[in-house]
Structures are given as structure tokens and as C-alpha cells.
Design a protein around this ligand. Structure first.
Ligand SMILES: C[S@@+](CC[C@H](N)C(=O)[O-])C[C@H]1O[C@@H](n2cnc3c(N)ncnc32)[C@H](O)[C@@H]1O
Length: 249
């Protein structure tokens, strides 16, 4: 089932406030953006597809760093409107489109990228197959998603990232139903958000059907990250994100 939570105005306002009010200190700016950008190949003359492009910040970055053409797609009209206003460029095309429909695209790309969006897609195998069909030979698929140790939480119960207990001075994060892949309902920004949990072996075994695995990252907090936001020392205990770079076979 497709969910378009970013077009729910209550959710969207809170998400937008988080991204703007904590600019430079939120997990996207401190952890996600520097990590995924550190995994990019040379972008010169590349045609790039960004899945769940959001505000289009990465699309603009790709053009500023030599890409020839970028297509940014997102299921949310709110997101695409902001992308068109804030990160406009003649070489970027923004489209309201869901990742589930990318098999309708007729062009090929050198790189398909996605920041923090694939955990909203139910059928990961189909997504990988569609991405592989859209890639030129040797093209890359690079994506970040919520780490399975974070999505592997209690089935169909309200839960959030604060699910932890203290033993003495140390906090321990709770993990449950890790080996039951599928839908999770998470309360985020006062809304019920659907995400899909997949354990590591499922993710990796699906990817190797279509791709050669090049690199995985679970960011270890650097001194710089901790300076930008001291709470990210918690990444030593539980990584928020998983980053994967694969190449079309
Ligand atoms: C956490 S935001 C990340 C946005 C952007 N990639 C970034 O890193 O700033 C997730 C994005 O994925 C989009 N999204 C969620 N499900 C989608 C789907 N099925 N197809 C396309 N986009 C989707 C949302 O609308 C949202 O813009």
C-alpha cells in the first residue's frame, strides 16, 4: 500500500519545521547528507534519477557537481512544489511520481539515488528490479534508509525512536520482532506513519539478485558530528541509518 504522508499538512508542517529550525544540527544535515555524498562516484556528465527527492537539495548538488541531467521524483506534491521553487535548474526535471511506478520511465540513468525513502516502499524486490532496468550497465544505485535495528520494533504498536530503557547510567534501545519483515506503524509528528522493516539478510539477498555490492556504511559519529549535535554520540549505541552502494551487473 502506498502512503503519501508528506501531503498530510499536519505531518508536513512538523517535518518542515524540524528540517528548518534545526538546520545544520538535525540528523539529515549532520549524518545523512555527508555520508551519502561521501559514497558518490564522479558525477561528471551523469544522468541521475533521485527517488523520493523531497526538497530537491541533492538534485541541485548533483548539477553543481557536474551531472548532465537530473530527474527528481516524489509522491508528495508539497515536496515537489518546494523543490521546484527552491532548487530550480534547467537541467533538473521534478515530477510527482511514486517509486512504485518507475517502471513507466523510458530513459536510462548512470546513477539512481535515494535518501531516506526506500523504507516507505512495500515491495523492495520490485524496486530493485525496476532500478536495475533503469540503469545503464555499470550504473550505480546508492541509497540510505532507516537502519533495520531501528525499524525492527514491536509489530503494529505505537512506538517511536525513544523506545529505550535505562539500566544504571546506561540507556539500552529495545529491539523486537526483528526477524518479522513487513509493515510497521510508527507515531511520528503526531501522525501514524507506515514504514516497512526488512532485516539485513533480506535486504542484502535481494540486492545481490540484481547488483554487485560495492559498499555499506553505518556512520560512526566523528568529533565533528558530536560537536554539531552532542546527542549523536548515541550513534555508537544504535545507528539511525544504513547506506548501501551497489552496481548494476
Ligand atoms: C524523509 S523524506 C527525504 C527527502 C529527501 N530525499 C531528503 O533526503 O531530504 C522521504 C521522502 O520520500 C518521499 N516518498 C515516500 N514514499 C514515496 C513513494 N512511494 N514514492 C516516491 N516518494 C516517496 C516522501 O514524500 C518524502 O519526500
Amino acid at each position: 500500500m502506498k502512503q503519501n504522508i508528506y501531503d498530510n499538512n499536519v505531518f508536513f508542517q512538523k517535518y518542515d519545521d524540524m528540517r528548518n529550525n534545526e538546520k545544520g544540527h538535525n540528523a539529515n544535515d549532520v549524518i545523512e547528507i555527508p555520508t551519502i555524498r561521501s559514497m558518490l562516484p564522479d558525477l561528471t556528465d551523469m544522468k541521475i534519477l533521485d527517488l523520493g527527492c523531497g526538497y530537491g537539495e541533492n538534485c541541485k548538488y548533483f548539477i553543481d557537481n557536474g551531472a548532465k541531467q537530473v530527474l527528481g521524483i516524489d509522491i508528495s506534491t508539497n515536496m515537489i512544489e518546494i523543490a521546484k521553487n527552491n532548487n530550480k535548474n534547467d537541467k533538473i526535471d521534478y515530477k510527482v511520481m511514486s517509486m512504485e511506478d518507475i517502471n513507466k520511465l523510458e530513459e536510462k540513468f548512470n546513477l539512481v539515488i535515494s535518501s531516506l525513502a526506500v523504507h516507505y516502499v512495500e515491495d523492495f524486490d520490485k524496486l530493485c528490479k525496476d532500478v536495475s532496468n533503469l540503469l545503464e550497465k555499470d550504473g550505480y544505485f546508492i541509497f540510505s534508509q532507516e537502519n533495520p535495528v531501528g525499524t525492527g520494533t514491536i509489530l503494529n504498536e505505537e512506538c517511536n525512536n525513544e523506545t529505550k530503557i535505562a539500566i544504571g547510567n546506561k540507556k539500552y534501545y529495545l529491539l523486537s520482532n526483528y526477524n518479522e519483515n513487513g509493515k510497521r506503524l510508527v507515531n511520528w509528528n503526531n501522525c501514524e506513519v507506515i514504514k516497512y522493516h526488512r532485516n539485513f539478510s533480506y535486504i542484502i539477498n535481494t540486492l545481490i539478485k540484481y547488483f554487485e555490492i560495492i559498499e555499506l556504511k553505518e556512520p560512526i559519529p566523528t568529533e565533528q558530528m558530536i560537536k554539531q549535535n552532542p546527542k549523536y554520540i548515541n550513534q555508537f549505541d544504535k545507528p539511525y541509518f544504513l547506506f548501501i552502494k551497489v552496481k548494476r551487473k
